[in-house]
Design a protein around this ligand. Sequence first.
Ligand code: NDP
Length: 316
Amino acid sequence: MNTTEEKINIIDGRKFSQEYTDKVLRPRCKIFKEKYKRIPKLSTIIVGDDPASESYRRIREKFFVNLCVDSEVFSLPKETTEEELLDLITKQNQNNDTDGILVQLPLPDHINEDKVIENIAPNKDIEGLSPGNVHAWTKSTPNLIPATALGVLALLKHYQVPLQGKHAVVVGRSMIVGKPVAHLLLREHATVTICHSRSKPLEKYTLDADILIAAVGRPHLIKKGMVKKGVVIVDVGVNFEDGKLLGDTDFDDIKEDASLISPVPGGSGPATVCMLASNLLLAFELKQAKNDKKLQKCLRTYYENYETLENKDICV
Ligand code: NDP
């Protein structure tokens, strides 16, 4: 297979991210400066010094710095108490200048993650995990949706993958990836199977997938022989093996069978960062729209379905 042919079935997350940024995010930035005289502000809270958290923060900052985003990072020592963290979140909830709040997970063991997430104001919860947002995305009337799940759906739509009536198999059932991905696919009228660590044998399910989303965190979990020919695969997994970044699938062995497949790195990761920025801009705009329901609906459609919109100068 020559290089051109090889590239045909690759879901290129970096290219998608660039296009989405240019077509959707940057035009909004221009509007903000003229219309609101301010830009969105993100407050990131990090507790402790987990190297992975620091690395995610750097990737986000690099992306955000080139957009119209004002960013403040609160780096708290690992001894920070739950009460101190909740106090900071309350202050950020009340601060009118803060449009989005992101608490970097995982948190140290002595802090209850659920309690922390529950305390983030839903309209500033750009990770879409607070109870109000979860209630909304499970009911198919979303407010803010977890960015990785949004990224998976955006990639599938960008590559015009038919979803209606297709069998989508999601491996992984976490609140941050597996469950919201499954709900978004249901909303698109796919038939969805969710697998987890007790789904045995896993290939019984994956072999029947038209679309396979791997969101586990186990390298080599999805091997050749576990998928059918023509499958579309989005690999969300992030694993390090011998210093190399890998997804959950054996990419080189499986790519021949897939009609489309996302690599790691360069697939789901860039789409996630881009959708996180999209959530922040949307949260900022929804706040400005106050109680204007029509404008709010317009904004949601703009950020999520930009490729189907003919007039991109809308929602002003
Ligand atoms: P979690 O650990 O919270 O969830 C993993 C899920 O995988 C669980 O539901 C678990 O099942 C399931 N699982 C574990 N082992 C198996 C197995 N052998 N067979 C089938 N299912 C299994 O992880 P996250 O959802 O937070 O993240 C998943 C992966 O995605 C990680 O690699 C993470 O780093 C990556 N990630 C990538 C992002 C991106 O932007 N690309 C963003 C966020 C995460 P059970 O519920 O039974 O335990």
